[in-house]
Ligand binder design. Structure first.
Ligand code: UD1
Length: 427
C-alpha cells in the first residue's frame, strides 16, 4: 500500500487549479445510462472513484472513451443492468446506477452497499422513492433487485435529506410517466449541476437546488455535452491547508458562491479571503482563532469538510467546537490527530479541540477519504516527518494531491507499496 511522507512546517504559497467535482461526476456518469446516444462530460477529474464508476458502467455495456480531460459515454445498448458486490463494496456511490438503469431498462440489480467506515448509511430512501414510482423491489442475496415496466410520476417526501437519494430519484423521474415532485430534497450544488446535465439531455426539471424538485417525465433523453462543476470540497481542503500552514494561496477554476459556509468559518478563524470570478485567495493572519461549526445539509457546513477543519483547530488559540450531525462515526481522525500531539475531547458527536502551539510528526493511518485529507493538513503543519499509511482513501477523491501540494511548496512524496486489499470505505 502506498504511503505519503510529509516534512511539515512550510507555509503553502502559490496557485492551484481545482479539478472537476467527484460528487458531481459520479451521478453524471450514471446519467449516461438514460440515453441511447453519447453523453460527453468535460473537466473529468482523474480519481479512483471516477475510474471505478467507469469500470462499472463499461461492465454494463457502456462504451467509454477519454480525450483531453473529457469522457464520452455511449450507452447505445445496455447488456447487463447489474452493479456487482465487488465494485459496490469499494464505492458506495455505485447505488447511483439503480435509478437510471431501472428507468431505461425496466430492471436493475445493484448490490446493497452495507455499512462503511463513517457510519451505517442505509439506502432506504432510494428504495422507498423508487417503490413510490411503482417499482417492485426485492432484497435478495445481498442485492437490490428492482423491476418496473414503466416508472410513474409520484409525490415523494424524503424522511431524511439524502444527496445520492435525491440524485437517484431525480434521474429515474426524467423518464417516468407523468410529473414527479420530490419534497425535502437535498439542495447540494452537485444536484444543481446534475440537473443542468440532465436538462442538456432533454429532461424537464424545475427547482433543483431547493427542497422541492419537480420533474416532468419525457419519453427519451438524448446525448449532450456538459462541463463538470469545480470540486468545492477540494477547494475547501486547499484553503484550510493554506490557513493551517499560515500560507497564502490562490485557487483557480474555483467557485466561491458554493462555499459560503466554509469561507465564513475560515474568516472566523482569522483568515483573510477575497473572491472573484473563478478565483479564491486566502491569506493567513498568523495564529488563527478558535471557531465553532455544526455540519448540516447544504447550505450548512459540509460534513465532508469537518475533518480538515479539525486539523486547523489543533493549532489555533483557544478551544474550537465541531459538531457532526450527518454521520454517526465521522471522528476517526481524532485518535490519529492525537498521535501528532493534538489535544481533543470527544463527547458523542461533539469534538472540543484545545489549540496547542505545534504538532509533531509521527506515523498515522488514514481511515476514510476526508480523514486522510485531515491528516495531510496536520502533516503539513507538524514539525518533522509525518508518514500517512493507507492513502488509497485519498486517491479516491483528490486528483494529483502530492503534485498540487508540491506546487505550493510542500515537501511531500509518495512511497510506493503493495496493493490495497481493504479499500471498502466510502464517502
Ligand atoms: C453524499 C456524498 C458524501 C457526503 C454526503 C453528505 C456523494 C457521492 N457522496 O453521500 O460525500 O458526505 O452526501 O453530504 O455525493 N440516509 C438514510 N437513508 C438513505 C440515505 C441516507 O438514512 O436512504 C442518511 C445517511 O445515513 C446519513 C444522511 O442520511 O446519515 C445523509 O446521507 P446522504 O446524503 O445520503 O449521503 P450520500 O448521498 O451517501
Amino acid at each position: 500500500m502506498d504511503k505519503l511522507l510529509i516534512k511539515g512546517g512550510q507555509p503553502l504559497k502559490g496557485e492551484v487549479h481545482i479539478s472537476g467535482a467527484k460528487n458531481a461526476a459520479l451521478p453524471e456518469l450514471c446519467a449516461a445510462l438514460l440515453s441511447a446516444t453519447p453523453l460527453v462530460l468535460h473537466h473529468r477529474p482523474q480519481l479512483n472513484d471516477v475510474r471505478t464508476m467507469e469500470t462499472l458502467l463499461s461492465q454494463m455495456g457502456v462504451k467509454i472513451t477519454h480525450h483531453n480531460g473529457s469522457v464520452t459515454l455511449d450507452a447505445g445498448t445496455i447488456d447487463w443492468p447489474l452493479a456487482p458486490y465487488e465494485l459496490v463494496k469499494t464505492m458506495r456511490a455505485s447505488i447511483l446506477a439503480l435509478g437510471p438503469l431501472l428507468a431505461r431498462c425496466g430492471e436493475a440489480r445493484v448490490s446493497m452497499p452495507g455499512g462503511c467506515a463513517i457510519g451505517l448509511r442505509p439506502v432506504d430512501q432510494h428504495i422507498k422513492g423508487l417503490q413510490a414510482m411503482g417499482a417492485i423491489i426485492d432484497l435478495e442475496h445481498g442485492y437490490i433487485a428492482a423491476r418496473a415496466s414503466k416508472l410513474k410520476g409520484t409525490h415523494f417526501t424524503f424522511d431524511v435529506v439524502s444527496v445520492t437519494g435525491t440524485e437517484n430519484l431525480l434521474m429515474a423521474a426524467t423518464l417516468a410517466d407523468g410529473v414527479t415532485v420530490l419534497d425535502n430534497a437535498a439542495c447540494e450544488p452537485e444536484i444543481v449541476d446534475l440537473a443542468r446535465c440532465l436538462t442538456a439531455m432533454g429532461a424537464k426539471i424545475r427547482g433543483a437546488g431547493t427542497p422541492r424538485i419537480e420533474i416532468e417525465g419525457v419519453t427519451s433523453l438524448h446525448g449532450a455535452e456538459h462541463r463538470i462543476m469545480p470540486d468545492r470540497i477540494e477547494s475547501g481542503t486547499f484553503l484550510v491547508a493554506a490557513a493551517a500552514t499560515r500560507g497564502e494561496v490562490v485557487l483557480r477554476d474555483a467557485d466561491a458562491t458554493i462555499l459560503d459556509s466554509v469561507l465564513d468559518v475560515l474568516r472566523r478563524a482569522g483568515a483573510r479571503i477575497e473572491t472573484a470570478k473563478d478565483t479564491i485567495t486566502l491569506r493567513s493572519n498568523g495564529v488563527g482563532k478558535a471557531f465553532a461549526l455544526v455540519t448540516a445539509p447544504y447550505p450548512g457546513f459540509p460534513t465532508d469538510m469537518q475533518a480538515q477543519m479539525m486539523a486547523l483547530a489543533t493549532c489555533v488559540s483557544g478551544t474550537s467546537t465541531l459538531i457532526e450531525t450527518i454521520f454517526e462515526s465521522r471522528m476517526m481522525h481524532v485518535q490519529e490527530l492525537k498521535r501528532l500531539g493534538a489535544d481533543i475531547d470527544v463527547d458523542g458527536n461533539t469534538a472540543r479541540v484545545h489549540g496547542v502551539s505545534k504538532l509533531s510528526g509521527a506515523t498515522v493511518m488514514a481511515t476514510d477519504l476526508r480523514a486522510s485529507a485531515c491528516l495531510v493538513i496536520a502533516g503539513l503543519m507538524a514539525d518533522g516527518e509525518t508518514t500517512i499509511d493507507r492513502i488509497y482513501h485519498l486517491d479516491r477523491g483528490y486528483e494529483k494531491i502530492e503534485e498540487k501540494l508540491s506546487g505550493l511548496g510542500a515537501s511531500i512524496r509518495r512511497a510506493k507499496g503493495g496493493t490495497a486489499t481493504d479499500a471498502a470505505t466510502l464517502s
